[in-house]
Design a protein around this ligand. Structure first.
Ligand SMILES: *Cc1c(COP(=O)(O)O)cnc(C)c1O
Length: 230
């Protein structure tokens, strides 16, 4: 078994244990493998181990890897999620190349994604990113703006608002982790529309995220190893 396959197995075991602890069905939590900085060869190993949904932060890097993987036979049904900060000049490429965007945090970006989503593709699935830790450096809208923004996003024809996403302040304290995830869950529950997705939980805090209702985990390091940035 490759390292990536073994890591995936270990992550799935952590998810299963956390679902049991939380009294939740295993099918209520999906795993997104965050493959940013890793080559197509690493993604291929994860595909061979049964992983089909991948998260990427850098548009051109993701498009290059998608092209490399396009020749795989049998053709796997891959699902690409954009999870990184998104600038206006990159929205068209994202609208054309991804099934999901987790990092929508302002109306202008959402309007561009909606207008640029090709009409022959299903609506782009989106999450509204919320800054739950209040750190000034973090992306995400203010929790008090979330309801108004969610209402506006839900009207855009090229998009389908699925839920909320957060990247909490890193903490080794499980109680602090849970407090921040709980802010996102309560905010979701307070919104006027039915949203089925809570995109929260990374390699170091997936258990706390599952306890607080995460439906979509974004896991990089625990699957692919420590990232090296050039
Ligand atoms: C990189 C990244 C992750 C993965 O984090 P790990 O700690 O490596 O699991 C998850 N979400 C976002 C938005 C990221 O940028």
């Amino acid at each position: 078994m490759t390292t990536i396959a073994a890591n995936l197995q270990a992550v799935r075991a952590r998810i299963a244990a956390a679902c049991i602890a939380a009294g939740r069905p295993l099918e209520s939590v999906r795993l997104l493998a965050v493959s940013k900085t890793w080559p197509a060869a690493s993604i291929r190993e994860a595909i061979a181990a049964g992983q089909l949904a991948f998260g990427e932060n850098y548009v051109q890097e993701a498009i290059d890897k998608k092209a490399e993987l396009a020749s795989l036979r049998p053709d796997p049904d891959l699902e690409w999620h954009f999870i990184g900060p998104l600038q206006s000049n990159k929205t068209r490429l994202v609208a054309e190349n991804f099934a999901w965007v987790h990092s929508v945090d302002r109306l202008k970006i959402a309007e561009r994604l909606s207008a640029q989503r090709p009409p022959d593709m299903a609506p782009l699935q989106i999450c509204l990113q919320v800054n739950v830790s209040g750190e000034a450096s973090k992306s995400g809208c203010d929790p008090d703006q979330a309801a108004a923004l969610a209402r506006a996003l839900a009207t855009l024809p090229g998009l389908r608002l699925r839920g909320l996403m957060a990247i909490p302040e890193p903490s080794a304290d499980p109680l602090r982790q849970r407090q921040q995830f709980a802010i996102l869950r309560r905010l979701r529950d307070s919104l006027p529309m039915e949203l089925d997705t809570l995109s929260m939980g990374m390699s170091h805090d997936l258990e706390a995220a599952i306890m607080e209702g995460s439906t979509l985990l974004r896991i990089g390091t625990a699957i692919f190893g420590e990232r090296q940035y050039p």
